[in-house]
Design a binder for this molecule. Structure first.
Ligand code: NAD
Length: 356
């Protein structure tokens, strides 16, 4: 028997094509009169903010903040908060990937303002009450119901032209949430079903997108899989893979989705024997006769993603420090955490070797 405690907390979710225009009705539903649009300072994301300003109407937009960067540094939040208060904003609309959603979450938890998230990557942050923030170079994570966005608006059109170098690592980041949910100590039947459907959808969708990047049905499946992945991340505890990626991103500045991509087959290999049941279900979901870690490795090769920590810029001398940090932290994981074994995992991931 597997006992569990489960309490669902999933935001109102609008999913479809051309749904961006529904943001206007959603902010009205939340009684917001002067929203702050949050995005990133590049041509694509700024154009999206201007499009949403036209949809909502200038009178209902207090301003645009394009300062979101990865890992939500506190100084960026402080500056954005001062700006938001100076323009008398009363609500937040985030337009972008996990970095943008992160800044909006940081403002929402400080102000209590409603937040409509419009995700444009597969990171899944929009579905979680979790916020990672960086203070003096140290990233810490907290969870609070006020962090969970009120509404998610998924518009598949916003993902159609996402380039391969972003699409595939971001999709594998989402797969990682589903994989670790399946062998989580806090898994329950609902999240197991969500995780397996996310894996199946993402796996097949990413292969189709490799051949036809603007295949609307495949893009919709990838985005739906990302939602499932976010729901998994929100409801059950993650294991070794997420802790390693948190360490590599937070302490060594490695890029988020790419780090998840490189580490995932190795973390799965580490946990394989201790999580046989979950691995069997994953193998069934992706329809492989290989062991799941090897299948993920081959999948990444096929998609052409990065496969080594070396190419992401990690120095070889940092591997021992990363193994120290990851083995010191206490958290549930199917296989016991052993510093020497973790160092070996990291060395393999650094070299770009296949998983053990
Ligand atoms: P990101 O938000 O930094 O986006 C990466 C790049 O892609 C940016 O330059 C962005 O402008 C661009 N971009 C976004 N959408 C695009 C599109 N459709 N087409 C073309 N370019 C596009 O990266 P990310 O991987 O989405 O998010 C990473 C951040 O999210 C990290 O800080 C991570 O810690 C956080 N995160 C948090 C959670 C959580 O639950 N708290 C979950 C996942 C990720």
């Amino acid at each position: 028997m597997r006992p569990f405690v489960f309490e669902a907390h999933i935001p109102r979710t609008i999913f479809g094509q051309g749904t961006l225009k529904q943001v206007a009705a959603e902010i009205e539903r939340l009684n917001c009169k002067r929203v702050l649009l949050i995005t990133q300072d590049n041509e694509r994301q700024l154009a999206l903010a201007h499009q949403v300003r036209d949809i909502i109407g200038e009178a209902n937009v207090a301003g645009i903040c394009a300062d979101a960067v990865m890992h939500t540094p506190e100084e960026v939040t402080t500056k954005a908060l001062a700006y938001a208060q100076s323009i008398k904003a009363d609500g937040l609309v985030s337009l972008g990937g996990g970095s943008t959603v992160g800044l909006a979450k940081a403002l929402a938890v400080r102000t209590g303002w409603p937040h409509v998230a419009v995700p444009t990557t597969y990171a899944g942050s929009e579905a979680t009450p979790v916020l990672g923030e960086t203070v003096n170079g140290l990233k810490t994570t907290r969870s609070d119901p006020k962090i969970l966005p009120n509404t998610i608006v998924y518009d598949v059109d916003l993902t159609l032209s996402m380039p391969a170098f972003l699409t595939f690592p971001s999709g594998i980041n989402a797969l990682a949430h589903c994989v670790e949910a399946l062998y989580s100590a806090t898994i329950n039947p609902i999240i197991e079903g969500v995780g397996l459907s996310g894996i199946s959808q993402l796996w097949r969708a990413l292969l189709k997108i490799k051949d036809v990047p603007e295949d609307v049905d495949a893009r919709a499946d990838a985005l739906g899989g990302a939602w499932a992945a976010g729901v998994c991340l929100a409801h059950v505890g993650m294991g070794l893979h997420h802790k390693l990626c948190h360490t590599l991103g937070g302490s060594f500045g490695l890029p988020h989705a790419e780090t998840h991509t490189v580490v995932l087959p190795h973390a799965m290999g580490y946990n394989y024997s201790a999580a046989k049941d979950a691995m069997g279900k994953i193998e069934h979901a992706i329809g492989t006769s290989e062991k799941a870690p090897q299948a993920f490795w081959d999948f990444e090769k096929k998609l052409g993603t990065p496969t080594s920590l070396k190419e992401l810029g990690l120095k070889k001398e940092d591997l021992a420090k990363a193994a120290d940090i990851a083995s010191k932290a206490q958290y549930p994981n199917p296989a016991p955490l052993d510093r020497e074994k973790l160092l070996r995992l990291l060395e393999n991931a650094w070299e770009g070797n296949p998983p053990e």
